[in-house]
Design a protein around this ligand. Structure first.
Ligand code: SF4
Length: 342
């Protein structure tokens, strides 16, 4: 029997057991239009909005669509989508959990083997609802940066941390996210019925169209000179040819190359053709920009506006109109080039 709890929290063991017991084959799944539609919608929402909604009208569809969405994400096999989807389902769970009675939160927590106890107590005007063993607390709270999550700032009793309802829901969000990330990261390849294959292609397209806006752009593994923006390309070639570069040109080039993934050694070596090349001074300056010396700040390349002011922006092309920093140009162009390769 599929209930509201399984629809809201389809990652629970009992929901997984129900799906397993149904023993649906892929062909049967592909014929369940509503379930496939909702699975597709879950992943689309994760891509477009960063959070998955809850549709409680039809609990069966809501629960069954979860493994379908997991399958889509896992088969797409993009680590960025893995993280984004896990995060979006985590947020969905958090939003639902914080509105639940304490008993439901405790039940979901038990699914993750939390050592948690209901304990209502008011201290300094704050209502605490739970005591959670510090090991379970640390496993999830250690990734949070705000001071209030540090163990030294928590109220503790005999190894148990006091938690409000919202805090327990927030920690459970981490558990859900990690669980889903583990499941979708097992990328695999299987033959799919045409309808499901079509949905996967649509999701891939959606992801590529929005990757730039949602921050999933990745740098190529090796520095791709062909993807350099015109301004950097010009300085790069001039320096290789032995021409002296102005202070701003050197700074723009070095900061760009380091942010594009070039090593300190390779970056410093570029300047060997320049007549007054001083290896020690060059290395010092490169290390400074890399954040290994001085203020320990790793510098980003100057924005296009600054480069324009210094007369370094030369021969901008169409892509330049879409970016504000040369490194963004590089990431987009490198991705386009990767996609063109077989
Ligand atoms: S617009 Fe920006 S990226 Fe393009 S050439 Fe000018 S400075 Fe470089």
């Amino acid at each position: 029997m599929i209930g509201v709890l399984e629809a809201k929290y389809p990652f629970l063991d009992r929901a997984v057991e129900i799906v397993g017991a149904l023993g649906l084959r892929l062909e049967e799944l592909a014929s369940l239009g509503d379930v496939v539609d909702r699975g597709f919608e879950r992943v689309s929402e994760a891509i477009l909005r960063g959070v998955v909604s809850y549709r409680g009208e039809n609990p069966e569809v809501e629960m069954l669509s979860f493994p379908v969405a997991l399958m889509f994400v896992s088969l797409i096999g993009d680590p960025f989508l893995d993280r984004r989807y896990a995060l979006a389902e985590g947020k969905r769970a958090y939003r639902l959990l914080r509105e639940e009675p304490e008993e439901v939160i405790a039940e979901v927590a038990k699914n993750f083997n939390w050592n948690i106890r209901l304990r209502r107590v008011i201290l300094d005007g704050q209502l605490y609802s739970f005591e959670l063993h510090f090991v379970d607390y640390l496993r999830n709270a250690s990734g949070f940066h705000e001071d209030k999550w540090k163990l030294v700032n928590r109220l503790m009793r005999s190894g148990y941390v006091l938690l409000t309802k919202a805090e327990a829901a927030r920690l459970l969000e981490c558990e859900v996210e990690n669980l889903i990330l583990r499941r979708v990261s097992r990328h695999r390849r299987v033959e799919l019925p045409g309808e499901l294959e079509k949905r996967i292609e649509m999701l891939k397209k959606l992801l590529e169209e929005h990757r730039g806006q949602i921050g999933g752009e990745t740098l190529p593994e090796r520095v791709d000179v062909e993807a350099f923006p015109p301004c950097i390309r010009q300085i790069f070639e001039a320096v290789l040819a032995g021409r002296k570069a102005s202070h701003m040109e050197r700074f723009a080039l070095v900061s760009f190359l380091l942010n594009a993934g070039m090593s300190i050694e390779e970056t410093a070596e570029l300047f060997t053709s320049i007549s007054d090349f001083d290896p020690e001074m060059t290395r010092y300056q490169v290390e400074h920009i890399a954040g290994l010396r001085g203020s320990r700040t790793k510098y980003k390349p100057p924005n296009c506006d600054t480069l324009k002011t210094h007369g370094i922006c030369q021969n901008p092309d169409n892509l330049c109109g879409r970016v504000r920093n040369p490194i963004t140009y590089y990431i987009i162009k490198a991705r386009r080039r990767r996609r063109r390769k077989p």
